[in-house]
Design a protein around this ligand. Structure first.
Ligand code: NDP
Length: 703
C-alpha cells in the first residue's frame, strides 16, 4: 500500500553507495514522485499530466519527460516506488518478528499501518488501481506486489497450518487487505481507520487459525493434557522470552493449545466449587498470606519483572510487586464483608439477595504491568469465590507463574488459580470457551473489541481495561512545579508504557513558555540506562517492534510540524545499542489533529498543547474516542471540581497524576473500556446477584 504525506520515501528507496551526482538525481526523481502522488490524490489520474507535475514541481515539462519518458513512465515509477516502500517496511517488521504468526501480522501491519492508511496515499493508490488493467507497466508492478504479499503469507502460514489451508488463507488475507483498503478509500475514509482495519484483519486471521488448528479430540470434550497434542501441526509451539534491554533470552515456554485450556477449565470448575464453599473469611486469609509472601519476595520478583519488561528496578521494587500485594491485602480484607441485602416486603414476606461467584473466570493481561495486572484481576476474583485462569501477555509471561507459585504456597487449593501461556490464539480459546463465565482483559481497544465479540457467543461478562489518550490540563494559577512533576510522571514513568498517561498536556497560554522550559530542564536531567541500575529512571521499551512504532510516531510528529523540545530519538550509546531505548521526548506547539495527539503511543512521548479558555479546553480534552483518565492542575477549588465533572474520563486526578490507590475504582469510559478494577466496585464485576423471596404466610391462591 502507498505511503502518506508524513512518511518519506527518501530513506527506504535511497541507493546505497550512491555518488553525490546520483544522490542529486535521486533526490529530483523522489521529489517528482512525491509531487505525482500529491497530484493523483488531489486531481486523480486524468488530471495528472506531465504539465501538471511540472507546474507543481516548478520545473519544465521537458525535465519530467527526461526522467520518466511519458506519463505512463512517471506513474509506473511512482507506483513502483510505493510498492517498494511497503516492501521495505515489511522487511523492517519481519526483522523484529519472532514467530510465523508475528510475520503474518507484519504483513498486515505493513500494509495497513497508520503511516500508510490515509486519504492522500489511498487516493493515489486508487488512481493506480483504476489504470492497472490498461497500462502494462502498472500491471507488472501490481502483479509483483501481489505475488510478494501472497508468497510471504503462504510461507509463514504453512508453518502453522496444512498446505492447502495455508494457500487459501493467504489468498483471503490478501483479498481482505485490498478490500478493507478499497472500502476505506471509497467511503472517503469515513468507514475505517488504520487501527480498526488492522483489528478487523487480526480478528479474522485469529479466528481462522483457531478453527484450523483446533484439536478434534479436545472438541469432543476428551480433555487430558497428557493424551492430547499440544498443538495442531505447524502451529506456534513456543514463546521465546526476551529481555528488551539487552536482547538476552530469558526463557522458552510451551504454548498452551485447546487441549491444555480444556483441561484447565475442567480443573478450575471442580476447584471452584470447593473454593466457593469456604467461608469468605478463610478465602481472605489465604489472600493475605499470599500478600505477605509477595512482599517477602519483593526484590527477587522486581528483578525478574525488570529483566522481562525493561522497566527500571527503582520502579519495580517500589511499585509493581507492592501494588500487587496491596491489592491482595485489600480484597483479602473485603472478602469477609461480602454480603447481599435484606428487603422488607411487608408482614407476609421478605426478600434477600445473595452475592454469588460467577464460577470459572479468565484474566488476560497486557505486558506493561504483568504482575500487577495478574494481581488486580485475580485478587477480587478469588475473594469472591471464583476460580481464575490467567493468560499473561506473550511478551511478559514470567511473573504470573511466580504468582501461581505464591498462591499455592499460601494455601490456595490446586486449580483455583492457573496460568496458561500463549499468543492471542490462546487468549481466544479462553474468550470463546463455554465453561468460562467472564473475561477480564487489559489490552488495546482493538483487542477489547475482538474479545467482546468472541465473548458474545457464550454471553460472557466482560471487564475491559483498554487504551487511552488522556488529557492533563494545567491552568494558569496551577502550582507550576507540581504541574511539571505531574506531566513528567504522567508521561515518562515506565518509559511511557502506562495506559492512563496524560499524553495530551494542555497548558494555559500565559504559562506555556515557562512550563515548557521547566519541562525541558527536568527531562534533560532524567537518567536513561540499564534498567537493573538503581539510578536509572527510564528503561527500555518492551520490544523492537514496539520501539519502531514509537519512533515512527515521533517522526510523524516532526513531519506534521510539532516543535521538538527534547529527545526524539533512539538511544544507542554503549550497551544501550543492544536494547530498545528511546529518549524521553517532549513536543511543543502541537495541534489537536496531529497523529501524536490522537493516537495512543505507549512510549515516552509528551505533546504540549496551548489553550486560552476553560470551555475551549474541556471541549478539546473530550474530543477523543478514548476516556480512560484525565488530570487538572489548578489552585481554584471550584474550577477543579467543575472541570473534572465535565471531563469524559473514568479515572481523574486533581493536582496529581497517575497514582492508583487500590481503594479507588480504576477504569475507562467510551472506547477505553467497560467495568472497573479495584475498589469495592470490582466485587460487583466478579459476582452475580441471586434474589430470594421468602413467604411468611399461607399462599392466597385463586385455584
Ligand atoms: P494487546 O491488546 O495486544 O494484548 C493484551 C492481551 O490480550 C495479551 O495477553 C494478548 O496476547 C491478548 N490478546 C490479543 N488478541 C487477543 C484476542 N483476539 N483474544 C484474546 N486475547 C487476545 O495489548 P498489549 O499487551 O499490547 O498492551 C498494551 C495495551 O494495553 C495498550 O493499549 C494499553 O493502553 C492497554 N492497557 C490498558 C490498561 C488499563 O487498565 N486500561 C492498563 C495497561 C495497558 P499476546 O500478548 O500473546 O498478543
Amino acid at each position: 500500500m502507498p505511503l502518506n504525506s508524513q512518511s518519506t520515501i527518501r530513506d527506504p528507496v535511497a541507493r546505497r553507495n550512491a555518488s553525490p551526482r546520483d544522490e542529486s538525481e535521486d533526490a529530483r526523481r523522489v521529489q517528482l514522485i512525491e509531487v505525482t502522488i500529491d497530484s493523483l490524490a488531489e486531481v486523480g489520474y486524468l488530471g495528472t499530466t506531465l504539465a501538471e507535475i511540472a507546474r507543481r514541481a516548478d520545473v519544465s515539462p521537458g525535465l519530467v519527460a527526461h526522467y520518466f519518458g511519458d506519463k505512463d513512465g512517471l506513474l509506473e515509477a511512482a507506483f513502483r516506488t510505493l510498492a517498494r516502500v511497503v516492501a521495505v517496511r515489511m522487511r523492517e517488521r519481519f526483522a523484529l518478528a519472532r514467530s510465523p504468526r508475528a510475520r503474518v501480522q507484519a504483513v498486515i501491519d505493513a500494509n495497513l499501518g497508520p503511516e500508510n492508511f490515509d486519504r492522500r496515499t489511498g487516493n493515489a493508490w486508487l488512481a493506480f488501481w483504476g489504470q492497472v488493467l490498461h497500462v502494462e507497466g502498472l500491471k507488472r508492478v501490481q502483479r509483483a506486489y501481489q505475488r510478494r504479499m501472497l508468497s510471504n503469507l503462504r510461507s509463514d502460514l504453512r508453518r502453522m497450518i496444512p498446505g492447502e489451508a495455508s494457500r487459501s488463507l493467504a489468498a483471503m488475507i490478501a483479498a481482505m487487505i485490498d478490500g478493507v483498503w478499497l472500502r476505506a478509500a471509497l467511503s472517503e475514509w469515513q468507514e475505517a481507520d488504520s487501527e480498526s482495519a488492522r483489528a478487523l484483519l487480526t480478528a479474522f486471521v485469529e479466528g481462522r487459525l483457531l478453527e484450523l488448528t483446533r484439536s478434534p479430540a479436545a472438541e469432543a470434550g476428551q480433555a487430558s493434557a497428557d493424551r492430547l497434542p499440544r498443538h495442531a501441526p505447524g502451529a506456534e509451539t513456543s514463546i521465546r522470552v526476551i529481555n528488551p534491554a539487552s536482547g538476552e533470552e530469558l526463557a522458552v515456554l510451551a504454548v498452551d493449545g485447546p487441549a491444555q485450556v480444556d483441561v484447565a477449565v475442567v480443573k478450575a470448575r471442580a476447584a471452584q466449587k470447593q473454593w466457593a464453599a469456604e467461608t469468605s473469611a478463610a478465602r481472605g486469609r489465604i489472600l493475605q498470606r499470599a500478600a505477605q509472601l509477595l512482599r517477602g519476595r519483593n526484590d527477587e520478583l522486581a528483578e525478574l519483572e525488570t529483566r522481562n519488561t525493561g522497566k527500571p528496578i527503582q520502579e519495580t521494587r517500589s511499585v509493581d510487586v507492592i501494588s500487587g500485594a496491596e491489592c491482595l491485602e485489600y480484597f483479602g480484607g473485603l472478602a469477609a464483608g461480602l454480603a447481599g441485602e435484606h428487603l422488607d416486603l411487608g408482614p407476609k414476606a421478605f426478600g434477600y439477595t445473595r452475592r454469588e461467584p460467577l464460577g470459572v473466570v479468565a484474566g488476560i493481561g497486557a505486558w506493561n504491568y504483568p504482575l500487577q495486572i495478574a494481581c488486580w484481576k485475580s485478587a477480587p476474583a478469588l475473594a469472591c469465590g471464583n476460580a481464575m485462569i490467567f493468560k499473561p501477555a506473550e511478551l511478559t509471561p514470567l511473573t504470573a507463574l511466580k504468582l501461581a507459585e505464591i498462591y499455592r504456597e499460601a494455601g490456595l487449593p490446586e486449580g483455583v488459580f492457573q496460568v496458561v501461556q500463549g499468543f492471542a490464539a490462546t487468549g481466544q480459546l479462553l474468550t470463546r470457551h463455554p465453561g468460562i463465565r467472564k473475561i477480564s482483559l487489559t489490552g488495546e481497544v482493538g483487542t477489547g473489541k475482538a474479545v467482546m465479540a468472541d465473548a458474545a457467543a457464550t454471553l460472557k461478562q466482560v471487564t475491559l481495561e483498554l487504551g487511552g489518550k488522556s488529557p492533563l490540563i494545567v491552568f494558569e494559577d496551577a502550582h507550576l512545579d507540581n504541574a511539571v512533576a505531574g506531566a513528567l510522571l504522567g508521561n515518562f514513568y515506565s518509559a511511557g508504557e502506562v495506559c492512563s498517561n496524560g499524553t495530551r498536556v494542555f497548558v494555559h497560554k500565559r504559562i506555556r513558555a515557562e512550563f515548557v522550559e521547566r519541562l525541558r530542564v527536568r527531562t534533560a536531567a532524567m537518567r536513561v540506562g540499564d534498567p537493573l541500575d538503581p539510578a536509572t529512571q527510564v528503561g527500555a521499551l518492551i520490544s523492537g517492534e514496539h520501539m519502531q512504532k514509537v519512533l515512527g510516531l515521533i517522526a510523524l510528529g516532526r513531519a506534521q510540524g510539532a516543535r521538538l523540545v527534547i529527545g526524539g530519538s533512539r538511544l544507542t550509546a554503549g550497551a544501550l545499542a543492544r536494547g530498545c531505548f528511546v529518549a524521553p521526548t517532549v513536543f511543543d506547539a502541537c495541534h489537536d489533529d496531529m497523529d501524536i495527539v490522537r493516537q495512543e503511543i505507549f512510549g515516552p512521548v509528551m505533546s504540549v498543547l496551548e489553550f486560552d479558555d476553560e470551555e475551549e479546553v474541556i471541549a478539546r480534552a473530550n474530543a477523543t474516542e478514548f476516556g480512560l483518565a484525565a488530570g487538572v492542575f489548578t489552585n481554584d477549588l471550584t474550577r477543579a471540581h467543575r472541570v473534572i465533572a465535565r471531563l469524559e474520563a473514568g479515572t481523574c486526578w486533581i493536582n496529581h497524576y497517575n497514582i492508583t490507590p487500590v481503594e479507588l475504582p480504576f477504569g475507562g469510559v467510551k472506547m477505553s473500556g467497560l467495568g472497573r478494577e479495584n475498589g469495592r466496585a470490582a466485587l460487583e464485576h466478579y459476582t452475580q446477584l441471586k434474589s430470594v423471596y421468602v413467604a411468611m404466610a399461607d399462599i392466597d391462591s385463586p385455584y
